[in-house]
Structure formats: structure tokens, C-alpha cells
Ligand binder design. Sequence first.
Ligand SMILES: [Zn+2]
Length: 603
Amino acid sequence: MSDRILWPPLARLNSPEASVQAPPLIHLCRLLPHPPGTLNFFLLIFITIAIFGYVACTSPQSDGLDILILNGKIVNGTGNPWFYGDVAIKDNTIVAIGNLNSKTAALVIDAEGLIVSPGFIDMHTHCDDYGLGEPSSNVNLNYLIQGVTTVRTGSCGSGTYKIADTKAAWEELGIGTNAVLLVGNMPVREEVMGDDQQRAPTQTEIEQMQELIRRAMQEGAWGISTGLEYEGYNKVVTTEEVIAITRPVAEFDGVYTSHMRDEAALMLDAINETIRISEETGVPVNCTHIKATGKLNWGLMKEAVALINKARDRGIPVSADQYPYLQGSPIGFITDLVDIPEDMEPFDELRKKLWDREISENEREQTRQQYVAELQQALKDPAKRRRIKASTYEDRSENPSAVVRWGWQDFRIKVAVKNHHLVDKMLLDIIQEQNRDGFDVIADLILEEPDILFASGSQSEEDMRHAMVQDWVMVSSDGGALPIVKDTDKQVRGHPREFGSQTIVLRKFVREEDILTLENAVRKMTSLPAQYLKMNDRGLLVEGYRADVTIFNPKTVRDNATYDNAFEYATGIEYVIVNGKVSVDKGQYNGTLNGKVLLKPQR
Ligand SMILES: [Zn+2]
């Protein structure tokens, strides 16, 4: 970990506003003699104007600006080519853009050699489920240090319908980035139907859900989200139910975001369903974290994009967001890919202990070692190995194994030491190369190197790039707000997306591979999400907009998080300004909490 992160955070900085004020005009007038006669009256006005003008031009205290960003290349979020210009900020607003060299301000940032862009808006996070309301992670540093000034929460059907309460609680605690809240269908369904959710709601229940959503929209939610792929929802939440709960969103000019019913073989059906929901309700829809997972489904993205383009041609406002990684979550040990029968001793007891939140990390690690040793023993015993194999392949409707649910085609190896040559290989390819049964291949790998890490939800590079270059695809991360990582923290293996989604685009897909122009990439992180949300005061660097600004070095900006070392902060983002206040200064977090929960303006 670099020494860039200050720990503990500094105390909140004083507002720069207080330090510089232009002297009031009345003080100047007192200095002048009382002139008799009309001519002298005009002379007085002339002198007053002259003095005032002189003071305005020369006094370091006369412009009343809080921040001046000079000499940068402005990439304003529209997708237009960069231009040289200066940016002036007063309070929380961008008040001027142009040649402002003669102006003064309480704080002047020299952005020579740097890109000045609108603050990034991440269109898909779980910062509400993980972190933003917690004192350990309210800074949201993993996003802030990447130039993200606003995170959209309430993703995949989760989140809350209590918008006003959430705003009050988060702002009392203080948050590092702004947040935009969608209402998830899950808390709404739970509030109305309680534990009895494995069925369609009655008409009365639909109306109660609509009322909850209406109230949330009145409190400032920007729309709703659903998670139709999730177990417990996939089979019972019909398209009709989603259409019904999306109708109140239309009354408020809001949006609908869908973690679609399927992201694998039935992906096209799922997109058609999403398009239909927009068509019937008139609400703009976003196909969230769009991808075609599983090797046997690779290539479907071409058809998916064509389907969305055709719908857009018909006038249906469909868009998508995408995390720029080939893998979804979760990532896990290769030992998780075999399914041990519930009654096989001593695994049930060990599993319970592994999931126990109360035990220490040391104890958990010891328990895992014990679990692995027991599993290796069982796999060496022919009878037990046969039972584990049968269980792994058993076609159960309730709680099927990962392999039955997704197939070997879904998984890719991401971390391996002894078997380093397998890193980034698809399990399906390894199995086919050996021309053996998949279970046997995995079982033998578990005997040899049980700490191999795999990741699921694998898409192809070609599919990902094809989606990425579409005009209507935004950049997102699908990650959470994490506690501040200290230099002394241990290396963490996991998905790197919450520490790298924006900066991997700027490094890999803009600088190294030229898949996107810098201007287009910034557009996908700024004005495109703002336009989808119908947010009309952020996402662009123009006069009158809120002062969320990200300043970065296009030659050095980079993600540093990997699957092997997932909690590594991005670098190369030099300044981040949130609501007109500096939060990241010369690449370092300054300890301030300048975020707000942004409410959708009422019509
Ligand atoms: Zn999701």
C-alpha cells in the first residue's frame, strides 16, 4: 500500500470561503470628499467606478472565488475533444470556464499537464449495502480516490425505500462521495408481503407496493431497481409485477434499472423483457452490469446489442452499464466447486463454524485449513469421493451446486501459485484439454493446490469490448464502500472492481489499448449516467453546474488492484472536488467529508 493515504484522516478543513472577501463598496465611498454641484457628482461616480474597477482587477481579495483551476486540458463530459481552459468555483457551483488567468481565488490549482473533467458518476454500486452508512467506510475512499464523486446505490433490487431517513442518517455521519438512491423491489416486497413472498402479490399488495414507491419518489428517490435473477425472486416476480411497480416511477419521471432475469443462455429473453417494461411504462430502463456469462454463451452480446439498438430505433429509451472486468463475483476457493453431501461428517459442523460471524479471523483460517484437510482425505477415499461427485452433479431444484447451476463453462481461474500456468484459463478449457470428467479434474487440483481461486460469471473479452464501445453503455463497478485500507493491512484476494473500475478504463481501454477515446470514456462516467438519471446539474463541466470535479494525469492514471491484491488504491487522480470542496489534494485524501445524498428534484 502506498503512503498516499493519510491515516488517521485529518480533521475537517476550514472552509476556504471565510478567508477571502472583497471589501464592501461602502468602505471606499467613505474615503471620498463630498463634492458640491452636478459636474462633481458625475466626477464622483467616475472616480468611484475607477477605484472599484482598479480594486477588482488588482486586489487579491476581489474576485470572491473559492477555487481556480488553471492551465488544464478540459474534457467537459460531452464527449467533445479537450480544450485548454480554466475553471472557477464559488461555493458549490462552477461559475466560469475560459481564460481566467487574471482572476484570483482562495485556492489556485495549477492543472498544467492534467485533465480537468466532471466528477465521475458510478452508475452501479452497492455502497449502501456495504459501507456508506458505517463509520468505518463512510469516506468511500476506494471510489473517491478514483475520481468518483457520486455513486448510485439501491442496485439489483436491494437498498431501501426510506429515502429521507437514509439521507438524514448518512449526512449526520458524513459521507465522502455523493449518493443517488434507487428503491429496490426487495425491501418493498418484504415490507408488504413479509415472509410470504414465494407467490405473486394480490392486487391490494401491488397497490401497497406502488404506494411505498410513490412515497419514496416523493422523498427524492431517482427510480427503482429489481434483481430478477436472484433466487427467491427469479421464479415468482413476473413481468406484470415489475410493470405494475414501475408505473408510479413514471409519475415522477424516474428510471428503472434491472439486474435482468438471466445473464447467460436466456440473456436475449431477459433483454426483451426489460425492453417491454420500458415500452409499457414509458420509463427509461438500464440493463445493469450487462454481460453474457458462461463460455457456451459467448458471442450473445452481439445479438444483445443489436436488440437494444433496434429498440432504441423504435424510440424506447434503453441503456446499459458495465463493469470493465471479465469476471463477476463471487470469487472463491476451488474447494467451493465440489458439493459435499449434507450428512457427511465432519463437514456440516466445519461449515457452520466458517460462517460464524463471531469467530476471529485466525480461528476462521484454522477452520478452513481443517476443512481442506478433511476434504482432501475424503477425496482420497473412493467411496466418499463417489458420493461427493454424485452430490456435485445432482440435479436438485432446491439449492443446486454451482456446477449444476452454471456449468464448468462459467468459471475462470484467477489466482494460483503452484499451477500458475492455469491463471486466466477457463475451467472448461482445462477440462477439455485433459479430456476427463470435470469433477475429477477439480478433485485432483484440490489435492494438489487447494488454495487456487476461481471467479464466476465469466464473459469474453470480445463481448465486453463490443458492449463497451456502444454509445449507450456507461461505466460502473458493482462494488461497495470499504473501510480505509492502512499500510499495515494484509493483502486481500478478491474482486478488484471497487478499487479499479474507473481507472482501469482510463489506463487499459483508453491509454494502452485505444478502445475508447479519453473524451468518450469520460462521457461514459459523467454526462451519460447523468442524462439517464435526468440529473441536470451534474455530469458536465459547464457554468452553473455543481462543482464536482476530477483532475487527473492521463499519462499515469491507473488501477492498482488485482485479484491477488484487491484492496489497492488507484493512483494518478490528483484532485477530487466534491460540491465545491477539495477532498483529494495532490493525490492524497485530506480527511474531509463533502458528499451529500442527492434528491431527485420534484416536477
Ligand atoms: Zn446485480
